[in-house]
Design a protein around this ligand. Structure first.
Ligand code: NAD
Ligand code: MG
Length: 399
């Protein structure tokens, strides 16, 4: 058997959908990976279970009361895992000297600080937290370049594009002859829902994705297609692709995870069953390949692959994201923050499904005045956009 160095991993957002899939892959390869730290916002019960199974050095809970509960339970169980509380502790376990790899799987803008801390410390970063890149793309990519950390995309589309690009792409993108980046989209649960019916859809319907099991925020994003919009911006930063060469292709089977088209007409696609353990295992072992526990793709069972143009009228969030990417500056940060607020309001039944893009559009119109030239400015833009969005949501409730 080949010898591997044991890599110590911090999983940010360990209790979430991506976090759990990551630990599933870790558990299959105890000779390659050891868990250094696990984190969650407040889910102490699930984190306790994970701590007892993976025996990390640190467990972080942002919520102090939840951290105290976890601490008690771990001591009672005789565990030696040390519990840390508060958001600042996320940064320390992401940047710790003894960490090799950081899985960035916190949902939303809350993931930016710890992921940046990992980038500054030169860690290998497995990036699931697309919102961090949408919020602070330039800053994040500059930090990665400056520290020499390796950045591997976990989002299935970006992981597919990464796999379809030549290995030396980052060193000389111009020579690669990339003509288009084709991001596939399942179309979400409302792909075929008539426009008239969209106003009345519920959070439960929006969270019932046909192909993927995911957290609630990204599930709603998939239903509005803002998820694809955020991914367009993510692709721009990860691969230096302009909005003009990124195309969205609706492909309802979610078997082709994305494609790269080259100057000579070649189109390279990555296929597989829709299971996030594939991109996770790919990024964890890269440049090697390891078993991910994923069922082999049965093309005879799949039978056919369908493609459609995205409907920008029924899914205005996708158009808003392209608009924000083209506008540049603070527009993507405002798009992201307004979307987070609007999705939360939709999940809380305070606004309807069709109001999500309306809230975001109203905030985007005001984004021209904001700067994003420093981390403080990025967070100020994020906070300002959230204020605008909350006011917009309140107005709609009282209207
Ligand atoms: P999830 O809601 O299932 O899990 C989120 C995790 O983040 C949990 O562990 C939670 O405790 C933690 N968290 C939430 N808010 C936090 C805060 N304020 N501070 C610290 N921790 C916090 O989400 P998910 O579906 O696993 O998605 C995680 C990220 O991965 C998102 O950015 C999502 O867009 C991206 N992603 C997910 C999938 C998927 O299949 N689930 C696919 C591609 C990309
Ligand atoms: Mg994706």
């Amino acid at each position: 058997m080949a010898e591997h160095a044991l890599r110590r991993i911090t999983v940010l957002g360990a209790t979430g959908s991506i976090g759990q899939s990551t630990l599933d892959v870790v558990a299959r390869h105890p000779d390659r990976f050891a868990v250094f730290a696990l984190s969650a916002q407040r889910q102490h019960e699930k984190l306790l279970e994970q701590c007892l199974r993976f025996a990390p050095r640190f467990a972080v809970l942002v919520d102090a009361a939840a951290a105290a509960t976890l601490e008690q339970a771990l001591r009672a169980a005789g565990s030696r895992t040390e519990v840390l509380a508060g958001a600042a502790a996320l940064e320390s376990v992401a940047a710790h000297d003894d960490v090799d790899v950081v899985m960035a799987a916190i949902v939303g803008a809350a993931g930016l600080r710890p992921t940046l801390a990992a980038a500054r410390a030169g860690k290998k970063i497995l990036l699931a937290n697309k919102e961090a890149l949408v919020l602070a793309g330039q800053l994040f990519m500059d930090t990665v370049a400056g520290s020499g950390s390796a950045l591997l995309p976990i989002d299935s589309e970006h992981n597919a594009v990464f796999q379809a690009l030549p290995p030396d792409y980052a060193r000389n993108p111009a020579a690669a002859g990339v003509r288009r980046v084709l991001l596939t989209a399942s179309g979400g649960p409302f792909r075929a829902t008539p426009a008239e019916a969209l106003g009345a859809v519920t959070p439960e319907q929006a969270c019932a994705h046909p192909n993927w099991v995911m957290g609630r925020k990204i599930s709603v994003d998939s239903a509005t297609m803002m998820n694809k919009g955020l991914e367009v911006i993510e692709a721009h930063w990860l691969f230096g692709a302009s909005a003009d060469i990124i195309e969205v292709v609706v492909h309802r089977q979610s078997v082709i995870h994305s494609m790269v088209e080259y100057a000579d007409g070649s189109v390279i696609a990555q296929l597989g069953n829709p299971d996030m353990r594939t991109p996770i295992a790919h990024a964890m072992a890269w440049p090697e390949r390891i078993d991910a526990g994923v069922r082999p793709l049965d093309l005879f069972e799949v039978g056919r692959l369908d493609f459609e143009r995205p409907d920008f009228e029924r899914f205005p969030c996708l158009a808003l994201a392209f608009e924000a990417l083209r506008a540049g500056g603070a527009a993507p940060a405002v798009l992201n923050a307004a979307n987070e607020e609007a999705v939360e309001a939709f999940l809380g039944r305070r606004i309807g499904f069709l109001e999500i893009p309306q809230v975001i559009a109203a905030c985007l119109e005001r984004s021209g005045t904001l700067a994003v030239d420093s981390l403080d400015a990025v967070f100020a833009a994020d906070a300002q956009a959230r204020d605008w969005a909350r006011a917009e949501i309140r107005n709609r409730q009282t209207a």
